[in-house]
Design a protein around this ligand. Sequence first.
Ligand SMILES: Nc1ncnc2c1ncn2[C@@H]1O[C@H](COP(=O)(O)OP(=O)(O)OP(=O)(O)O)[C@@H](O)[C@H]1O
Ligand SMILES: [Mg+2]
Length: 263
Amino acid sequence: MIRLSQISKSFGEVQVLKGIDLTVKTGEVVAILGPSGSGKTTLLRCVNYLERPDDGVITIGDFSVRCREVGKRDIHQLRQKSAMVFQHYNLFKHKTALENVMEGLVVVRKTPVDDAKKRSIEFLKKVGLGDKLDSYPSQLSGGQQQRVGIARALALNPEIILFDEPTSALDPELVGEVLEVIREIAKEGITMLIVTHEMGFAKEIANHVLFMDGGNVVEEGSPDDIFNNPKEERTRQFLQRLSREVSTHSSINLVATGDENHG
Ligand SMILES: Nc1ncnc2c1ncn2[C@@H]1O[C@H](COP(=O)(O)OP(=O)(O)OP(=O)(O)O)[C@@H](O)[C@H]1O
Ligand SMILES: [Mg+2]
């Protein structure tokens, strides 16, 4: 279980998170939608303490930190409980796929090298990259790089995986393979928080959907509530805009999302 309570964050004078509350039960998938600049990435980064919240309480499992009075040790402990999958993969360019996955295990988790290697190979195989262990990011497609990013997160055995628009940097024809991997992980009951604009995908895998705007949660509910019966005008407008964008995109994109989401 993860619970965020009144998380707030400002950059200088600008408050980008205005007291966010959110509970994600174990095994649940929560999708976050919202316009650019609404604070989605900042929220995920706060959960992982890549960004330091100004106020609020973060609870993951049986561990809680009060952001106002947090110490270095707490941060270290909290970070072990989540793993992030980034929009732009964030792989080390001079390391192979295998080395990228091993890095966090060896350096942060202090896992012995042999165990880390075994575990990393296992997860790279799981995301379909058993034959790319020794490839460098420049030798991999975007979809393959993102799957390395997912293997890296899984290998850490976190209580929750945080996905920040995992497919938005990909060419349309590569979106499907990454969504497929995420779909498989969701089936295994791994708790996840996923920022995505893939509406069909969110409908399919999310238990709960959150719509953010201007640093607030404007509306939340089941996928059916949010996608089929949004109550707030801002949610309606956003969804309309999103579906217009999807329908004016290339036909490849439509095929990729359509097939993947309803097949
Ligand atoms: N390190 C930073 N320093 C200053 N301002 C920042 C920083 N990071 C984010 N911001 C600002 O905070 C606001 C929220 O940004 P954030 O990246 O969380 O939005 P987002 O919802 O993820 O948007 P997008 O959909 O474009 O990814 C924006 O106005 C952004 O400019
Ligand atoms: Mg973002």
